[in-house]
Design a binder for this molecule. Sequence first.
Ligand code: CP
Length: 304
Amino acid sequence: MGIKSLVNIDDYDKDDIYRIIKSASLFKQNPNRNLLQGKVCATLFFEPSTRTRLSFETAVNRLRGRIIGFSDAATSSSTKGESLKDTIMMVSNYADLIIMRHHLEGSARYASEISPIPVINAGDGSNQHPTQTMLDLFTIYETQGTLEDLTITIVGDLKYGRAVHSLIQGLSHFRPRFNFVAPEELHIPDKYKTFCENHQIPYKEFTEFSPEAINSADILYMTRVQKERFTDLMEYEKVKNIYILHNRMLDDSKENLKVLHPLPRVKEINQDVDANPKAYYFQQAKNGMYTRQAIICDLMKIGG
Ligand code: CP
């Protein structure tokens, strides 16, 4: 294991992914340990978050590490004009690890290149969300017993959804089949279609949320339309509720199907789905804590 920072999901190869999954499953059995005693982790969230920040902070707290940072860039000196470079250099004076979310694509890569301490990308614009993908892969493995040869139907905002972009790359090691369900305005970017073609990954595109897309799936991965990425809110209004999953739509789905969502949800999963045993998004979010414990210890080369 040679990586210093986790910026893109393709920083992990197949063996790395299985190693993190194995470690996360051990943290799930025993999340409270002394592994980070004396270590300080900085959470720099230039964009809002509930799950990612709180699960990272809980992960550190349960391992007896300490947390510094900010959850709102308005409380940092970036509002006075301090550059990202200077912010990273300052924080690396104080902490042993930086966990950063930023609205600019490529910001995490830049931070990792200038930082003397490891950087974890907690989401950079519409680009990547690699720790989300690792918790998604952990959850898929937990529910399906394998990552291999699965049909994954991904629904919603495939243009701006960074969790979607990372997931496609993360699953590419495991012979997936994809169904991409999106309106024309939010279809999967050409670069991810080319990626699938280059990796011999079959995919189908749908503009309708059809029974075929649901009933052929092992995993139904719902996503929110990313309002914050639209420059024209009229365009957002046109597509914001385009697909809504109702419980009755799962009647003919596969026995092993699990419905996942990186969350937050708005209206794309009706609340009548929540009680269906196939709904697994809240357990998925909980798995984020164990997966992030595994990632932090792996990067800091601390045995789990
Ligand atoms: N899934 C996810 O990134 O959620 P938050 O935006 O709440 O962190």
